[in-house]
Ligand binder design. Structure first.
Ligand SMILES: [Zn+2]
Length: 252
């Protein structure tokens, strides 16, 4: 553990904008000072108290700060199905970033080398075009839809990998029924609970335009593409999030 020295950063109690500007330029200078020096492979790009996670292809690493390893993402005392649907899907998501439209551009040492064959690119695009169209139908605000291209890389990943991991963890035994819910139901509920979100209209509008992450309350919709969800909740044609089997997009 190395503590970062903020001694040179001036923070004033009555100057929020000035603090933000000074903090930004302090950080800029800190990054500039790295030039010409060896790469610090121990550096984390999020602080421990940030509820988030990331994949960093130049380091070939996935990182989960302490703050995300608590409920609703992870609870050591919770039922495994819930944890697999929650932090499991986040872990699967970050792993798959190393293999997706971004991660494919970096080799195992983090060098910028595209390791996909043209055939892989073509097949990937067939599936991702379907997912782009699927997300572009969501309309979080009247007249403003999700940008399927912008959010593609974030929409692809994670849940199906976590579902497979959960099934493997059962070792062929049936999952227990707890409080009336099957293991698969608890898995999908655990995933949906993580993404409960609330936005002011302005914040949501900004996110829809500039952010590669789909707004939180639409993220559980990715489960529409997983057959097991239909069995778990007996989802029928005509229900709001039903997709016919041929329209379910399976990439990983
Ligand atoms: Zn992501």
């Amino acid at each position: 553990m190395k503590w970062r020295d903020y001694g040179a950063l001036e923070v004033k109690r009555d100057d929020a904008v000035g603090n933000a500007i000074r903090a930004a330029s302090f950080e800029y200078e800190r990054n500039l000072a790295k030039l010409g020096n060896p790469v610090d492979r121990d550096e984390w790009f999020m602080p421990p108290m940030q509820v988030n996670a990331y994949a960093n292809p130049t380091m070939n690493e996935i990182v989960f700060p302490a703050a995300i390893l608590q409920p609703p993402f992870f609870d050591p005392h919770a039922d495994p199905a819930v944890n697999y649907g929650a932090i499991g899907a986040v872990i699967g998501h970050e792993i798959s970033h190393h293999f997706d439209d971004q991660g494919r551009k970096y080799d195992p040492e983090g060098r910028l080398t595209d390791w996909w064959k043209p055939k892989d690119v073509q097949r990937f695009k067939v599936y991702t075009d379907q997912l782009v169209a699927q997300y572009a139908q969501y309309e979080p605000l009247p007249g403003t839809k999700v940008n399927g291209e912008l959010t593609l890389g974030e929409n692809i990943a994670g849940l199906l990998v976590a579902y497979d991991a959960y099934q493997l963890s059962l070792g062929g035994k049936p999952a227990p029924v707890l409080e009336g819910f099957s293991g698969d139901q608890r898995f999908f509920l655990g995933h949906a609970q993580v993404w409960r979100s609330k936005y002011r209209e302005e914040a949501l509008r900004q996110q829809l335009v500039v952010d590669s992450h789909t707004a939180g309350h639409f993220r559980p919709n990715v489960s529409r593409n997983i057959d097991a969800r239909y069995q778990a909740f007996d989802v029928k044609p005509g229900q709001k999030l039903f997709l016919p089997p041929e329209q379910r997009v399976k990439i990983w």
